[in-house]
Ligand binder design. Structure first.
Ligand code: CP
Length: 316
């Protein structure tokens, strides 16, 4: 648990966050927006080096962490695809790789294809904090932080919300972290719209419900409630399927079009997506003022990561 003490903490799961932690993180994120958006100089991370090691591809998480460190005057060691561009290609194990890079830096940001790998990396790295940038189908905590910030920015609250989550709820680690985050607040309801094969695992469904969130599984667009505050659409994750045929039967089953938004959305809602999208939101929707996925949601990713780094490196 963080419990207000960010300095030196590994960031592995949204379960670590209390409502009070958001009260620390979000105002700081707003300050970071002033630095990032208005190109204000900052030396907050002057002298700090952060290693970004990504075993899976990434545009946003890698790019925004890299930019976040530089916005605050720090530097990065960047390894994308270590399976090719590091000694992992020669057979080096995760524990050795992590122990090596912790010697060079003040924090490690890791993305890995295996669920639980970020926790393992945190156990191996005894002297620096580790941030989970996505571990298999497990969690993606910093994505959820930026998603929750984006929701909070719009509605000024994280309780008493109604959301619709569409797409791959089985494999979507961003969704898993988002639900964990919303469980921390009262009276939240999520409508889960996915093909049957891509539903939340039963054990997780029951676990989250026990935590107090109201989860309602729906099977068609017609069941989307008009009162929803946000829609959170996701990609069906091709890379998690064992065979392509199974993927093809469920891919793009639910697509957001202008008409769908018109029929089932309301004027005040926001439409979110962690990206990348591969057809599940039509490009004609991008210009709708409710569509925030290529606007505030993206920018907030860098701001929230700036704030998080400053906090765990003990700079604020
Ligand atoms: N949202 C997200 O994790 O995107 P990337 O895979 O591009 O980092």
């Amino acid at each position: 648990m963080i419990n207000g003490k960010f300095k030196g903490k590994d960031i592995l799961s949204l379960d670590q966050f209390t409502p009070n932690d958001f009260k620390i993180l979000f105002p700081l994120t707003k300050k970071m927006k002033n630095i990032g958006f208005n190109a204000r100089p900052s030396k907050l991370l002057d002298g700090n080096i952060v290693t970004l090691i990504f075993y899976e591809p990434s545009s946003r998480t890698f790019g925004s962490f890299s930019a976040a460190v530089k916005q605050l005057g720090g530097q990065t060691v960047e390894i994308q695809n270590p399976q090719v561009f590091s000694s992992v290609a020669k057979g080096e194990c995760l524990s050795d790789t992590i122990r090596v890079f912790e010697a060079y830096c003040d924090a490690i940001v890791i993305r890995h294809y295996e669920t639980g790998s970020a926790k393992k990396a945190a156990d191996y790295a005894s002297s620096v904090p580790v941030i989970n940038a996505g571990d298999g189908t497990g969690e993606h905590p910093t994505q959820a932080l930026l998603d929750l910030y984006t929701i909070h920015e719009k509605f000024d609250r994280l309780d008493n919300l109604v959301g619709v989550v569409g797409g791959d709820i089985l494999n979507g680690r961003t969704v898993h972290s988002l639900i964990r985050g919303l469980c921390r607040f009262k009276k939240n309801t999520l409508f889960l719209l996915s093909p049957k094969q891509l539903r939340l695992p039963r054990a997780d469904f029951l676990y989250f419900r026990d935590k107090g969130i109201n989860l309602i599984e729906i099977q068609s667009e017609e069941e989307i409630p008009k009162i929803a505050d946000f829609w959170y659409w996701t990609r069906v994750q091709k890379e998690r399927f064992k065979n392509l045929k199974d993927y093809k039967t469920v891919k793009n089953r639910f697509i957001v079009t202008k008409k769908l938004l018109e029929d089932y959305g309301n004027k005040e809602m926001i439409l979110m997506h962690p990206l990348p999208r591969i057809g599940e939101i039509e490009q004609e929707v991008d210009s709708d003022p409710r569509a925030v996925y290529l606007k505030s949601q993206i920018r907030n990713g860098m701001y929230v990561r700036m704030a998080l780094l400053a906090l765990i490196l003990g700079k604020v």
